[in-house]
Design a binder for this molecule. Structure first.
Ligand SMILES: [Zn+2]
Length: 189
């Protein structure tokens, strides 16, 4: 028994067997996703690259079945999430980026005309068979932000350094306050 996530089958086979696939896979088994994460992390100094970045785990579930769109069409629904190592584009420090995807797709061949139906989007199949993992990988890649940054400003060094400069900003006022006290004491100055 191989991993059903990586077995190539037709959409009709997956749907008619009502295949349910539990996903718990390290990102190292997602080639393109790993490449993207690695290309991002090389921006870091070698000692800052999280050593276990390939072990981040994609977890979720896919369910195949038929939906009533245009007669009866194979479809897949489910969800998946992963926490990846990424580089914050504001402070250039590594951080954990959470990606979540919702899967709700009609699996249609190129010749099939289909419209989106009941919140299902169209997933056009290039080939007769599909590998469920490819769907998860594609959706995760599409969910990656164009510019990943710390979600919480308190965690981001770019903001903590701006807090420091805000503190610096107070000093001129303190100096000005001291000058004014001086003026008050000595109005002729
Ligand atoms: Zn940051």
């Amino acid at each position: 028994m191989g991993n059903p996530l990586r077995q190539r089958r037709t959409a009709a086979e997956l749907a008619s067997s009502g295949q349910v696939i539990e996903i718990t896979e390290e990102i190292s088994s997602f080639d393109r996703l790993s490449e993207i994460v690695e290309a991002d992390l090389v921006a870091l100094d070698a000692d800052k690259i999280p050593s276990a970045w390939r072990e981040s785990r994609v977890q979720g579930e896919l369910k195949f079945g038929f939906v009533a769109a245009a007669g009866s069409m194979p479809a897949v629904s489910g969800q998946a999430a992963v926490e990846l190592d990424a580089v914050c584009q504001r402070c250039l420090e590594p951080f954990r980026l959470r990606l979540e995807i919702a899967v709700r797709l009609l699996l249609v061949g190129k010749e099939t005309l289909a419209n989106e139906f009941d919140d299902y989007e169209i997933w056009e199949l290039d080939e007769e068979t599909l590998r469920p993992q490819d769907i998860v990988e594609e959706l995760l890649i599409m969910a990656m932000p164009f510019s990943a940054t710390h979600e919480n400003m308190a965690d981001c060094k770019a903001f903590s350094s701006s807090v420091e400069s805000a503190t610096d900003m107070k000093r001129p006022f303190a100096a000005l306050g001291a000058q004014m006290k001086q003026v008050a004491k000595d109005p002729d100055a």
